[in-house]
Structure formats: C-alpha cells, structure tokens
Design a protein around this ligand. Sequence first.
Ligand SMILES: NC(=O)c1ccc[n+]([C@@H]2O[C@H](COP(=O)([O-])OP(=O)(O)OC[C@H]3O[C@@H](n4cnc5c(N)ncnc54)[C@H](O)[C@@H]3O)[C@@H](O)[C@H]2O)c1
Length: 343
Amino acid sequence: MSVRVGFIGAGGNAVWHMGFLKDIPDAQIVAVTDIAFEKAQAAAEKFGARAYASHKQMLDAEELDCCYISIPPHQHGEPEIDVIHRGLPFFVEKPLALNMALAEDILERVEKRKIGTCVGYQIRYVDVMDKAREMLKKTFVNAVNAHYVCGAIGGWYTRIALSGGQIVEQATHLVDLMRYIFGEIDWVMGTKRTGARVDSTTLDGTALGKGSISGAAAGLELHEYNIWDATTLLMQFRSGIPATFLCSCQVPYMWDVLLDIFATDFRLKITFSKMEILRKVDGQLKSEIVQGDETPKIDATFIEAVKTGDFSKIRSTYQDAVKTLRVTLAAVEAAREGAVVKL
Ligand SMILES: NC(=O)c1ccc[n+]([C@@H]2O[C@H](COP(=O)([O-])OP(=O)(O)OC[C@H]3O[C@@H](n4cnc5c(N)ncnc54)[C@H](O)[C@@H]3O)[C@@H](O)[C@H]2O)c1
C-alpha cells in the first residue's frame, strides 16, 4: 500500500523533505499547498502532485493518509487543527508554536484523537547519537558546553514575533538534542546581545544551505531585523549536569555547531554528523573520529509509522517536542528578564 502524503507549505524545507520522500517506495506525494500558490505549483509539478492554494481545499479534495506541515513558526494553529480534525497523522516542523498555550491546545487535540505525530528533530536519528547515549550510560558526566553560531538567515527569521528568534527557531535543535541525551532540564538562566550591524553582508539566505529560508521569503526588509544577535544560557539538568550554551546568529563567515561533553572517562565533541572521542590510552591523549551516517532517516521512519500504525520508532513526537519548546521559551524569558526560570 502506498502512503498518500499531502504537504502544507512548499518552502525550502518542505521541498527538501519531498526530495527524500520521492526515493521512498511506499510514499507518494499526492498534493501540495502553499499560500504562495506558485510555490505549491512548482513543487507539485516537480513531484507529480496536485497543487492547492489552501490546506482546507486540499483536505476537502484529497484522500490523504498523512500530512507534512512545514510553515513559518507564526503560522501554526489552523493547519494542525484541521489535519487533526480529519484524523490524519502528521509530520510537523519545529518550532511547534511561539507560545505554550497554542502548543498545549494542539497537544490536547492530538491526544484526544490519538493522532500519530513526528516532529522534525532529525538529528536524533543520526547513528552517532545512539553511540553517544550508549557510552554516556557507563560514565559520569561532569559538565556540558555547547554552541550554535552562524549567520542570520533572511525573511521571517529576522522578526522575533514571527520566528521566536535563534533559540526558539534554530538552536532548538541543540536544546532538543541535549534533552534527548541528558534528560529534562530543571532551570535556565540567560543573557542576550542586541545592536549588531545588519546589512546585506551579515544577513543572507545561504547560511544554512539547503532547506533554509530564502532571503526574499515573506518580503521583509533588512532594516526590520529585530532578533537577538546572541544569547548565552546556563542550564541545570535534573540529573545534576550543568550546561552552558552560547548562540549567535551574527557570525556570517561560518556555521559551527558543537555539543562538548566532559565525562570522567572521556570527552565527546558532537557535531550533527560526527563525533570526536578524546581519552587517554596508555598515558597518551588519543582522538578517535566517528563519522555518522548523514542520510536523513526521519522521513522513512514517519512513512513506515503511518503505514503500520506503529509510531514507537518516532524519536520526537508532538508530546516530546512540546517539552523542548517549553525550554526554549523559558530561555528567552530568562534572557529577557535576566532571571532564573524554573521549568
Ligand atoms: N528541521 C530542520 O532542520 C529545518 C530546516 C529548515 C527549516 N525548518 C523549519 O521548517 C519550517 C519552514 O521553513 P522553510 O525554510 O521552508 O521556510 P520558507 O519560508 O522557505 O517556507 C515556508 C512556506 O510556508 C508557506 N506558508 C506560510 N503559511 C502557510 C499556510 N498557512 N499554509 C500553507 N503554506 C504556508 C510560505 O508561503 C512558504 O512558502 C520552519 O518552521 C523552519 O524552522 C526546519
């Protein structure tokens, strides 16, 4: 049986997922919708699907098995509610929403209707994370230091009311990964930086490569940039592990992400695709690089779950991703108020 997929949103990230679905024999992209209709048309033509100008039209006209929802953070709400109303499983991109009230409302609906979900935290599926989790079970973690630095991408990303800013929209991947590896967070403190020089050399649409937001998206002008240039967080995990996390989206000359774990027996330096293990062997500090399999597995896992009705292999459900959203929103509050925010 082939799984009939409908897309809500046909931007950079949606088209990136469509590219993987095309190679999954059980998946068939049958319909694409975007409020910018020409984007729905272009994607539909490329992947042999039908285009719609609104998700309501698509849901009325098509017999779907599931939906992908890949829209800007400020647009969440109605698409999820309509998809849940139809009883369809869905894949939704992070961040789930820009406030807890909406995410919790959607979660309540998901649970009431027992809808299967998958949230786009694809880094959880990289095999390096399995190895790291296995190794860390057998040692004592003293402390964690992480950073996410890159250039600011254009479009809706640059407005805090539309994207939530770097922690909520982008660095959420590392917060989520930390939760996946170390468990829940007890409290967070934060500081922020504003006032960076923003012009066409410091703001572009290429910083994140494929799947990122285009500079022209949403028609925003450079001078409208109002997100924070940098945020630093101090976090306490319930297990007792302390973590520091530095984020900046005003480092236009590079994209650098690192999760640096200092355990008693070794140090792990994890990027999204590889891990360096540093430890003493015969009195000498040795480094071993473990290259992860970078092929995204999230789409195949989601399609298999829809096909079988068994969502147990999904590593980030709506229920779980709500907890990551709560941490990132608490981090923003902590940095804005200069306070400790308890979770
Ligand atoms: N998991 C990842 O690694 C990853 C990577 C990139 C982006 N994302 C996420 O994917 C989402 C989309 O990002 P993007 O880069 O594709 O942005 P984008 O601006 O390129 O595309 C978003 C598209 O959604 C459309 N849209 C807006 N509201 C809509 C609605 N109500 N119905 C239908 N279409 C609607 C817009 O017209 C636009 O074409 C964001 O939440 C972003 O954070 C995730």
